[in-house]
Design a protein around this ligand. Sequence first.
Ligand code: CTP
Length: 144
Amino acid sequence: MHLKQEQQERGHRPAKRVITFGTFDVLHVGHLRLLERASQLGDALIVGVSSDALNYAKKSRYPVYNQNDRLSLIRSMRYVTDVFVEESLELKRDYIVQHAADVLVMGDDWAGKFDFCNDLCEVVYLGRTPSISTTEIIEVIRRA
Ligand code: CTP
């Protein structure tokens, strides 16, 4: 019997699984707050960390930290249950199904853009922490 069904039949509340995605390069407090709030929406938080190749395809530059290091940093956070490599932006629905997610969390810079997943799971957009981003940090360091 499926674990969730078994828990429900035994009167237990099934574990609520939250999934989110991002590059998480040059880790900063905006990332930390997003992951903390996402974790509070359920019992387990699964994070898809975008691959180096995916970032290169999107931005024509590689992240400062390679994907193995970005995965290790995110995996080490107390809010995070598990991590995986996000290989393609087109596979959101497959990742939601593979990881049995009940909630998809995205930053509100994506507001409305993932509503097409709301037949699979709840879709929640969280407000970004103001005045900080990886891009800005890289710019500040470049200017220094
Ligand atoms: N995030 C946030 N607040 C910020 C920056 C990011 O809540 N100030 C969230 C994003 O909305 C996303 C997650 O953190 O859900 C990962 O974002 P990512 O794009 O990796 O971080 P940015 O700092 O926005 O990176 P970049 O400047 O390269 O776009």
